[in-house]
Design a protein around this ligand. Structure first.
Ligand code: AMP
Ligand code: ZN
Length: 478
């Protein structure tokens, strides 16, 4: 057993647990992906970002993560919209899938190893349904196939619902509203009856039809990651019934534990309500970019605005503050890089910036190891930034300190994913330019402002504008 110090909240147990992978050194992670009938909104994207943070945290612990994110490219809404547009499912869904993957890339979400599409896994779904019928866990009725919840006593374990009374009480009843010929009201559909020639219908031993949503994820995840794997993710609304049903069908079919850790990030909300396509209160990433926002600021706000298990209220104005925060982090990164290039102002092991950076890095890791507490981790890094800038202003930090600060920032950024991308936009200084900058910094420390102004003009003549901010001096090319 490999023990990592990372602790993660597991919906199944309702506890923050030490994370123990099923196989030493590697993790199988399944992410319920988008239903591609519309543009993703930033609520959806918050969930994918929380999952990206989880993946990066596992990788920071040296674990090799195989992430699978499915694409739901067949469901009622897709069929209705594709039919209205007189397009095939593939023609209709492809532009939304492309846009979704573009959004993820813009936000710096690490790419999944596999993006299985539901329509390409119909044979695996049929096999799974057949296993359930053979085992007495599913039954055919009027051309459809349903899962028999009463055959799976553990039903409700994930969402901690007491479904026993419900299932028993409803047993034998037919839900008159839906005209679904089910044995019990909670039984859910595995295969929906259809007809040859329908926009979305496949032949099967149960007749023409199409799979239900829940069975898609069970079939695709087990095909790619095995019958038992480590982590299954999705927004909180996926917990019930989607994930509860996935557990029931998978475990009933295999007799094995399906997933050991269940990860459910909370919702992005607007004015008290969940951001949802159906409510029309949603914002897309492209709309934010059109209004001039930086995708890295969007990433930053959605990741650090609240702990992933808390709801996050979205207000567009907060993006400006996020932009400033990200810029301050990138400036500190550049300043430390410049500090390295400038050579030692102080070259001692007792560099106070080195001590502060090591301490901050330790606290950051402890926060992340405690169920991904990025908001607390970031607060520690802003303390470092404030102290570090002060030490650099005073000329009390040297090369050793800058190196340690950069090491801490790199560690932070392996999870946060914004600082280096922004800092890298700026190019590097030549040695002569660096020397001029350092002379100016020294002049400022000596309160020789006439000389510092003269050096500023000299740098400007070389095309380098220097600005003095509360975070210290910064330069950029003009
Ligand atoms: P969908 O494309 O509707 O299947 O949703 C894709 C993912 O986004 C699922 O994991 C949902 O749980 C998640 N999701 C939907 N709405 C929100 C929201 N307002 N905030 C965060 N996640 C959401
Ligand atoms: Zn799913």
């Amino acid at each position: 057993m490999v023990v990592v110090s990372f602790r993660l909240y597991n919906t199944l147990s309702g506890l923050v647990e030490p994370f123990v992978p099923l196989h030493p050194g590697r993790v199988g992670m399944y992410t319920c992906g988008p239903t591609v009938h519309d543009r993703a909104h930033i609520g959806n994207l918050r969930t994918y970002l929380a999952e990206d943070l989880l993946r990066r945290q596992l990788e920071a612990h040296g674990l090799r993560v195989t992430q699978v994110m499915n694409i739901t490219d067949v469901d009622d809404k897709i069929i209705t919209k594709a039919a209205a547009a007189r397009l095939s499912l593939a023609e209709f869904t492809q532009p939304y899938l492309d846009a979704f993957l573009r959004d993820l890339a813009l936000l710096g979400v690490e790419a999944a190893a596999f993006h299985p599409r539901a329509t390409e896994y119909i044979p695996q779904m049929i096999t799974l349904i057949q296993r359930l019928i053979d085992g007495g866990h599913a039954y055919m009725s009027d051309g459809s196939v349903y899962f028999r919840i009463s055959s799976f006593p553990d039903y409700g374990r994930l969402s901690h619902l007491d479904t026993k009374g419900l299932v028993a009480g409803a047993s034998g009843r037919i839900d008159a509203d839906e005209y679904e010929p089910k044995e019990a009201v909670r039984d859910f559909v595995l295969w929906k009856k259809g007809q040859q020639g329908d926009l979305a219908a496949w032949p099967s031993p149960f007749g023409w039809g199409r799979p239900g949503w829940h069975v898609e994820c069970s079939a695709m995840s087990m095909d790619k990651l095995g019958e038992t794997f480590d982590i299954h993710c999705g927004g909180v609304d996926n917990k019930f019934p989607h994930h509860e049903n996935e557990i029931a069908q998978s475990e009933a079919a295999t007799g094995k534990v399906f997933v050991t850790y269940w990860f459910h990030p909370e919702h992005l909300v607007v004015a008290g309500g969940k951001m949802a396509k159906s409510l029309g209160n949603f914002v897309t990433l492209s709309a934010l970019l059109e209004r001039g926002h930086d995708p890295l600021a969007v990433r930053y706000l959605l990741l650090t605005g609240a702990h992933y298990r808390h709801r996050l209220q979205f207000q567009e104005e907060w993006l400006s503050a996020a932009e400033k925060d990200v810029e301050r982090l990138a400036n500190f990164w550049r300043r430390c890089e410049q500090g390295l290039a400038l050579g030692p102002a102080k070259e001692s092991a007792g560099d106070p910036l080195a001590a502060a950076a090591q301490r901050a890095q330790g606290l950051f890791e402890a926060a992340l190891d405690d169920d991904l507490n990025l908001p607390d981790g970031i607060a520690v890094i802003f303390d470092l930034l404030r102290d570090g800038n002060r030490l650099l202003d005073l000329g009390q930090a040297g090369r050793v300190g800058c190196e340690a600060a950069l090491q801490a920032l790199r560690a932070v950024d392996s999870r946060l994913g914004v600082i280096e991308r922004l800092a890298a936009v700026e190019d590097h200084l030549t040695e002569a330019e660096s020397a001029l900058l350092e002379s100016r910094a020294q002049a400022r420390r000596d309160h020789d402002f006439a000389r510092s102004d003269q050096l500023r003009d000299q740098l400007l003549a070389l095309g380098i504008q220097v600005e003095d901010t509360k975070d210290g001096s910064r330069w950029h090319r003009v």
